[in-house]
Design a protein around this ligand. Structure first.
Ligand code: SF4
Length: 284
């Protein structure tokens, strides 16, 4: 459903969106970089409000969250769109195009969350929840009003501005944040973003909720032991108990580098463990 967006200001003939660090300045009848926010007649609209492309009851470990309510299940939902354009995206069918979706009101979704058996709450995942902000915020707030023990989880690239992040965090229990690299060039060229706002999100989120971090190690791109050490060192300064998931890359979407070697994954785990207490390997 199309609805007026939050976090924008009107410029003379354009709109400035400041929901995420792209800070798009958008001309009339044009979309921002996320392709879900459009400037029409001097207002900014989001087109993915309540539009759900995927629903599944997943083990919490699949998010991945290994230290937040282990061995439970969580209702997981996603929409379409993303503010990144990662060449290796495994969900590009919903993140990079306007995928078919069904509209679910926030009341209906909350009712579903509270009635599904063996479910601890809601995880906003599959596509980027930051650019689904209005719906994610309203559902999370309503859910907490109905049952404050229900869990709210975000699986995110962490590319969100501080103001909306701080508005949402009081309703969030856990986040898995991608730290895709410790190199701004990698963020620019492979993901279409910048490193520093993601580091800031991890720092802020760690003060307010449970945080785990995932890094996909892509062969010949970000799999040097030096970079793994930089990532682990950065996290350890914030909190050396932050769990780090090092995920093995396989070719997909636009990226055809060979799969990351098992030997490099094992070496990376050893390097990260010099700084962090909780390091695990995924996709092995
Ligand atoms: S959410 Fe980010 S990418 Fe989308 S229009 Fe706003 S600033 Fe641009």
């Amino acid at each position: 459903m199309k609805t007026e967006a939050m976090f924008y200001e009107k410029l003379e003939n354009k709109i400035h969106c400041f929901l995420c660090p792209h800070n798009c300045v958008i001309e009339e009848n044009h979309y921002g970089k996320c392709n879900v926010r459009i400037h029409e007649h001097g207002k900014l609209y989001t087109i993915n409000y309540g539009e759900v492309t995927s629903v599944s009851l997943d083990p919490i470990e699949k998010k991945p969250l290994h230290y937040f309510k282990p061995s439970t299940n969580i209702l997981s939902v996603g929409s379409f769109g993303c503010n990144f354009t990662c060449g290796f995206c495994q969900n590009h069918q919903i993140s990079q195009v306007k995928a078919p979706s069904n509209f679910i009101t926030k009341e209906k979704l909350v009712e579903l969350i509270l009635t599904v058996e063996n479910n601890i709450g809601i995880a906003f995942t599959y596509n980027e929840p930051s650019i689904w902000f209005e719906y994610v915020y309203e559902v999370s707030k309503l859910l907490k009003e109905m049952n404050e023990k229900a869990a709210v989880v975000l699986v995110t690239n962490g590319y969100i501005s501080e103001e909306p992040l701080k508005m949402l965090l009081p309703y969030v229990d856990a986040m898995n944040i991608d730290l895709k690299s410790y190199n701004n060039k990698y963020y620019n060229e492979i993901c279409g973003g910048n490193l520093s706002p993601v580091l800031k999100t991890i720092e802020i989120a760690n003060k307010r909720c449970h945080v785990e971090v995932t890094t996909l190690l892509v062969s010949n791109e970000n799999d040097s032991m030096e970079e793994v050490g930089d990532i682990a060192k950065f996290l350890s300064i914030i909190n050396n108990n932050i769990p780090l998931h090092l995920s093995r890359y396989f070719p997909r979407y636009k990226m055809d580098n060979p799969p990351t070697s098992v030997e490099d994954m094992i070496r990376a785990e050893k390097v990260a463990k010099k700084y962090l207490n909780r390091v695990s390997l995924g996709n092995m």
